[in-house]
Design a binder for this molecule. Structure first.
Ligand SMILES: NC(=O)c1ccc[n+]([C@@H]2O[C@H](COP(=O)([O-])OP(=O)(O)OC[C@H]3O[C@@H](n4cnc5c(N)ncnc54)[C@H](OP(=O)(O)O)[C@@H]3O)[C@@H](O)[C@H]2O)c1
Length: 257
């Protein structure tokens, strides 16, 4: 066996740096996206966070290290204009999604809620990739976000499950169509972010307690856990067309919610 064959592409003893790279995180001002943005910044990248709201540094001093751009992933014109303004960059991560509670049940009177959710999550992720792709530099990557509902459906969440599965399928298709740009998906399990703020305080704490008792990792996921996975996908040059589940083993135990 040749020495070259034994040589790992990325040394396990070093932390690959994103120094000199530019990373765009759509949805990067809150929750999981902020965890991804912070991980990229810590690895040396310059990081731009994009979503509907542009926050003042007075209101959000924690965003001082990031460039910000306004972008509504439901509006293709807004997405196109944002990436035209951003110009060349290295890695795109799309964590944004429509607010919870807007997807609609299967037996709702009309399909407005389902259309709205799929339009936001699936076609919004599509639009970001489509209009970012011309600006991605060599060795660049795209990372989407799905969720455990992709493989563990629940009654009442058909639109979310469908959107997540569609996003994962899109990543695989684009790994071929945009090659050698690498395209992957992170599939988080329960991550304790403000997405869960619709639950009353005691219900949220109760859910976290159940997670702690039952998940093999014995704790709730954090935005940093997902940020670490995004960093891995940006820096490992040989991972493409795949979905990484980061769920503390949620896939191995009965549902807690
Ligand atoms: N947290 C979990 O337990 C969990 C688990 C599995 C999967 N997920 C998935 O992970 C994603 C993000 O979750 P999260 O916990 O980070 O939620 P989050 O904190 O509520 O973040 C959602 C982000 O999306 C942005 N956004 C919403 N609509 C947008 C639009 N039309 N255009 C551009 N940006 C938009 C929001 O920013 P603006 O308001 O500024 O636009 C916000 O920054 C979702 O897809 C969710 O389904 C979450």
């Amino acid at each position: 066996m040749s020495a070259a064959f034994n040589q790992p592409a990325v040394s396990a003893s070093t932390s690959p740096s994103l120094s000199g790279k530019k990373v765009v995180v759509v949805g990067g001002k809150t929750g999981i996206g902020l965890g991804v943005a912070r991980a990229a910044l810590a690895a040396g990248a310059s990081v731009l966070v994009a979503s509907r709201r542009v926050a003042s540094i007075q209101d959000r001093p924690d965003l001082a290290g990031f460039e910000q751009v306004g972008l509504d992933m439901r509006d293709e014109g807004s997405v196109r204009a944002a990436f035209e303004a951003i110009g060349a960059f290295d890695h795109l991560v799309v964590t944004a999604a429509p607010d919870l509670g807007t997807w609609g049940n299967f037996m709702d009177d009309d399909m407005g809620g389902a259309r709205s959710y799929l339009e936001g999550k699936f076609l919004g992720s599509w639009a970001c990739a489509r209009h970012a792709a011309p600006y991605l530099k060599e060795n660049g990557s795209i990372t989407f976000l799905s969720g455990g509902l992709a493989v563990r459906p629940k009654i009442g969440y058909a639109a979310v499950t469908s959107a997540f599965v569609a996003v994962e399928a899109l990543a695989k298709s684009l790994a071929l169509e945009l090659a050698p740009t690498r395209v992957n998906t992170i599939r988080p399990g329960f991550v304790d972010t403000d997405m869960w703020s619709f639950l009353p305080g005691d219900a949220r704490e109760c859910l976290k307690d159940k997670v702690k008792e039952t998940f093999p990792a014995r704790r709730a996921g954090t935005a940093q856990d997902i940020g670490h996975a995004a960093w891995f996908l940006m820096t490992n040059p040989y991972v493409t067309g795949t979905t990484i589940e980061v769920s503390g083993g949620e896939n191995l135990v009965p549902s807690v919610s």
